[in-house]
Design a protein around this ligand. Structure first.
Ligand code: C5P
Length: 230
């Protein structure tokens, strides 16, 4: 029986936020931002454990109470200089427990509005997939490529264009090999693509966006609040 594990890289500084603390610890509905994605992943019945990846220098984690998330939440203080390095270190750290054929779902700490239904849809869609895949959103807007002055250089066709989200779900063995061969990628799918494989795109929705700029916090709070009163 193939098992599922989550890895949540949370070792970034979140510099685009311009905040006084790392983005993953900013307040969102009375909890640290990071709490929300971890709460969702630890509620997914098929996920055996969710590993959060912190910077070894992280001084914030211990100042919050995470006990409510239960024993399936596990902490790895092995974050690296890049997101890919953080994920690579985590894959190595769990290798004694996670088998090469087990699925690993890598999820951005900053995608706080991930829902259990979205994770279940991803796991269902990829259950028999030989490669793996990711949640993604078909591009709805017309795309423009900019020049250095911020003027439109050209219009890019949105036909068949998707925005990559997370979780990105691959088998532990394949993902470890892919990241070792392509450490410069910005997402796991990019590393798997570099092996010549084609990850499956699983349609998600815009609520699974990445909190990146200060104004994103208010939108995330509205989405979480609307769900809590449904
Ligand atoms: O900066 P960005 O939002 O693209 O980061 C995506 C995810 O990767 C975040 O959850 C961030 O904390 C994580 N990350 C990491 N280690 C780094 C850089 C980013 O775990 N060195």
């Amino acid at each position: 029986m193939t098992r599922h594990f989550a890895i949540v890289p949370a070792a970034g500084s979140g510099s685009r936020m311009g905040a006084e603390r790392p983005k993953q610890y900013l307040d969102l509905c009375g909890k640290p931002l990071l709490w929300h994605a971890l709460a969702t992943l630890t509620r997914v019945a098929r996920i055996d454990a969710a590993f959060v990846v912190l910077s070894p220098e992280d001084e914030w984690w211990d100042s919050f109470d995470w006990t409510g998330l239960g024993p399936r939440l596990r902490v790895l203080r092995v974050g690296g200089a890049t997101r890919a390095a953080s994920v690579t270190n985590a894959l190595q750290a769990v290798a004694a427990e996670v088998h090469p054929e087990d699925w690993v779902l890598v999820h951005d700490a900053a995608r706080a509005c991930l829902s259990v239904a979205q994770v279940d849809a991803l796991i269902d869609a990829l259950a028999d997939d030989p490669v793996g895949g990711l949640l993604a959103l078909p591009v709805a807007d017309t795309l423009k490529r900019a020049d250095v002055d911020g003027r439109v250089l050209m219009t890019v066709s949105r036909e068949a264009m998707w925005q990559a989200q997370t979780p990105q779900m691959f088998r532990h063995g394949l993902l470890s090999r892919a990241l070792a061969a392509a450490p410069g990628v910005t997402d796991e799918a990019g590393a798997v693509e570099a092996l010549g494989l084609a990850p499956r795109l699983v349609a998600a929705d815009a609520t699974n966006f990445k909190v990146t700029y200060p104004q994103d916090l208010a939108l995330a709070a509205q989405i979480l609040h609307a769900r809590s009163v449904q």
